[in-house]
Design a protein around this ligand. Structure first.
Ligand code: DGL
Length: 270
């Protein structure tokens, strides 16, 4: 038994997909969430900057909240600086990408599928992480969608604007492929950025027969397994905490809508 909270962080709203998964899968767990909204998006930053930002946030979670485990609810950090973070910090750290890839491989094997798509940030695509993990055995197409995070952070998810941008990205993706048929381009799509499941419905409408993989869901299954093996489940539900480095009121409003929780975040000076 371990009643200490789990630390969850992202550049902004995307990590709330992990909060939603935690709420349904591990409802008795306590958590502290950090959204680095003053410095979002992370997807165009270089590796040194990503190292610095994640280092500051994990130090805060460890020193100020004594977290028992950290979920890196960010594909960009997960694909670029996990080795550095694992080597530096003693707290267990679970990323979102490896569990997401494992879920994809399992789905492809069970259903005899081999055409996999990944959409992610520019820094994630550049890292080559998904390519190294999937290209050997599967037919992989990967696409950076740098406008998705800014429009989601601007509160424009699930509007006509996000629908048009999603169409533009996905139709052009198909056009640039060898066989320019969007409906046969891929069987599975990994949301390689945790913000993107917030556009889930609009993307599924464009790709109706494609199986979508939300990495945050998979990361929470991995977290559940870790807590079970190490006998670290919490037995006492305490209020959860949210911190943001940017505009608190804007975050409270958007995050409450995404999670259904009443959120009163505190300002974090990083
Ligand atoms: N949600 C993060 C990710 O999964 C960060 C995206 C960004 O800030 O650009 O990559």
């Amino acid at each position: 038994m371990d009643n200490r909270p789990i630390g969850i962080f992202d550049s902004g709203l995307g990590g709330l997909t992990a909060v939603n998964a935690l709420k349904s899968l591990l409802p008795t767990e306590n958590f502290v969430y950090v959204g680095d909204t003053a410095r979002v998006p992370y997807g165009g930053k270089d590796v040194d900057t990503l190292r610095l930002y994640s280092d500051q946030i994990i130090t805060f979670l460890q020193n100020e909240h004594n977290v028992k485990l950290i979920i890196v609810a960010c594909g960009t950090i997960s694909t670029n600086v996990m080795d550095y973070l694992q080597a530096k910090f003693s707290v267990p750290i679970i990323d979102v990408v490896q569990p997401g890839i494992a879920a994809c491989l399992q789905f492809c094997e069970r259903n005899n599928k081999h055409k996999v798509g990944v959409i992610a940030t520019t820094a994630t695509v550049k890292s080559g992480f998904f390519q190294r993990a999937l290209e050997k055995n599967l037919d992989l197409q990967i696409l950076a969608c740098p406008l998705f995070v800014p429009i989601i952070e601007a509160g424009l998810a699930n509007t006509i604007i996000s629908a048009k941008i999603a169409e533009e990205y996905l139709y052009n993706w198909a056009k640039s492929a060898e066989n320019p048929d969007l409906y046969n381009l891929i069987d599975v799509l990994i949301f390689g950025c945790t913000h993107y499941p917030l556009l889930n419905e609009q993307i599924q409408r464009i790709l109706p027969n494609v199986h979508l993989i939300d990495m945050a869901q998979s990361a929470l299954l991995a977290t559940n397994q870790y807590l079970s093996v190490h006998k670290m489940y919490s037995e006492k539900k305490l209020p959860s905490k949210f911190y943001v480095s940017g505009d608190v009121d804007k975050f409270n409003q958007q995050a409450s809508k995404i999670t259904g929780l009443e959120i009163l975040a505190e300002k974090l000076h990083l």
